[in-house]
Ligand binder design. Structure first.
Ligand code: AMP
Ligand code: GLY
Length: 421
């Protein structure tokens, strides 16, 4: 099988790593990739959002499968374009990927199909948003409607803070066009949990649970980021808890999308909050999470290409998906300043001394030297029989790596994000 993976972060490195372990994958390409991916796949210098160039390239090279991993090309309809051109592509079409690219759409879907989520209202008018804020308790959550790389969410402790967030989104364009519509939500309280799941549009099969740490600093302080680390399992859940989530959230979501003529084929991400009234949806993503993918995929025993083919053929119900037992931890090493201003181009030292897996995100080659090239630079992964050991082993790896201005959290897996809100 000749496979092309779209994207160039830690998540795509983990996907490439898993595909590389499949005996069915004979040729592996990644666009645009990064310095780590280059050691296991042929990297192709086409941006993940250049869907014209990617479609032309996939047709020219006659790939057997294209795995579209990031949110932007999914929202732009790359899967639709590839499918129309006769190339098998894994990921939702644009009309299903909208569950991530429009929070207003996903909230409305949940309301219509009774899927538990925070109470909310959507606004395109500043004055109406202000009067709503005046009528609600605080803290209150303000979100830009569109894709804002996980950064368009403000948990406002006061009404003034809430209004100033609305002002900067709607009037000052802090998140560009994404902020023209804002969603104002009830603030939910409880630990967060990520459940990734495969779907063929009818059946949904949850993966092992995971937990992301979105804030930049230890103790869940600082800005929201794309994710600073992840662990699996994400919570200790009983069979009953999982069955309940499946009955109230996972299956109804896939069913809702099917009924709306937007069948979801691909990996769906349920961002959940375990409130005292049960699990509720914080957000959906239309793809693997980053860094959740790096924590989850290495524990997947089943050949990923078998799962992808079952999703594309609509036969997921017939496949049994297996996992290795144990726990894993993935620590993100970032450029100092991320998610705001940061510098790149710094040499990364010590990579060859690390004994566990290191997935690259923002890295590139400068001559023979690997240098930093993005906000999130590396994710250092380790697995063990239990979470404490996995955390310890991952940090052992982190301690061997260095680059100027590096920043990482020292408490990945030690806190429950969201629990203290
Ligand atoms: P999102 O981009 O929607 O995933 O939001 C980013 C983060 O903001 C989440 O991981 C939560 O920690 C927090 N958050 C979002 N919505 C809510 C809510 N309604 N109540 C409490 N926390 C929230
Ligand atoms: N880790 C959260 C995300 O990928 O959006």
């Amino acid at each position: 099988m000749k496979v092309l993976v779209i994207g160039g972060g830690g998540r795509e490195h983990a996907i490439c790593w898993k595909l590389r372990n499949s005996p069915k994958v004979t040729e592996l390409y990644c666009a645009p990739g990064n310095a780590g991916i280059a050691s296991i796949a042929t990297t192709v210098p086409i941006r993940a959002t250049d869907i014209d160039a990617l479609t032309a390239y996939a047709v020219k090279e006659q790939f057997d499968l294209v795995f579209v991993a990031p949110d932007d090309p999914l929202a732009l309809g790359l899967v639709d374009r590839l499918s129309e051109a006769g190339i098998r592509a894994f990921g939702p079409r644009a009309n299903a990927a909208v569950i991530e690219s429009s929070k207003a759409f996903s909230k409305e879907l949940m309301r219509k199909y009774n899927i538990p989520t925070a109470a909310y209202r959507t606004f395109t008018d500043v004055d109406a948003a202000f009067s709503y804020i005046d009528s609600q308790p605080v803290p209150i959550v303000i979100k830009a409607d569109g894709l804002a790389l996980g950064k368009g969410v403000i948990i406002a402790k006061t009404r003034e803070e809430a209004k100033s967030a609305v002002r900067s989104m709607m009037l000052e364009g802090a998140f560009g066009a994404s902020g023209a519509t804002v969603v104002i939500e009830e603030c939910m309280v409880g630990p967060e949990l990520t459940v990734l799941a495969f779907s063929d549009g009818k059946t949904v099969v949850p993966m092992i649970t995971s937990r992301d740490h979105k804030r930049a600093l230890d103790g869940d302080l600082g800005k929201n980021t794309g994710g600073m680390g992840a662990v699996t399992p994400g919570a200790v859940l009983s069979e009953d808890d999982l069955r309940m989530m499946n009955e109230t959230i996972f299956a109804p979501t896939i069913e809702a999308l099917r009924k709306e003529n937007r069948p979801f084929v691909g990996v769906i991400y349920f961002g959940l909050m375990l409130t005292k009234d049960g699990a509720k949806v914080i957000e959906y993503n239309a793809r693997f999470g980053d860094p959740e993918a790096q924590a989850v995929l290495p524990l997947l025993k089943t050949d990923l290409t078998d799962i992808i083919e079952a999703c594309l053929d609509g036969t997921l119900a017939d496949l049994s998906i297996e996992w290795y037992p144990g726990a894993s931890c993935c620590v993100v090493m970032a450029s100092g300043g991320y998610p705001e201003q940061y510098r790149t181009g710094y040499a990364i030292n010590g990579l060859e001394d690390v004994e566990t897996l290191v997935f690259h995100a923002g890295t590139k080659f400068e001559g023979d030297q690997i240098v930093t090239a993005g906000g999130r630079v590396l994710s250092v992964y380790a697995a063990a029989n239990n979470l404490d050991e996995a955390i310890e082993k991952a940090y052992e790896g982190v301690r061997k790596i260095s680059f100027q201005d590096m920043h990482f959290r020292t408490d990945i897996g030690r806190t429950l994000p969201g629990a203290d809100l």
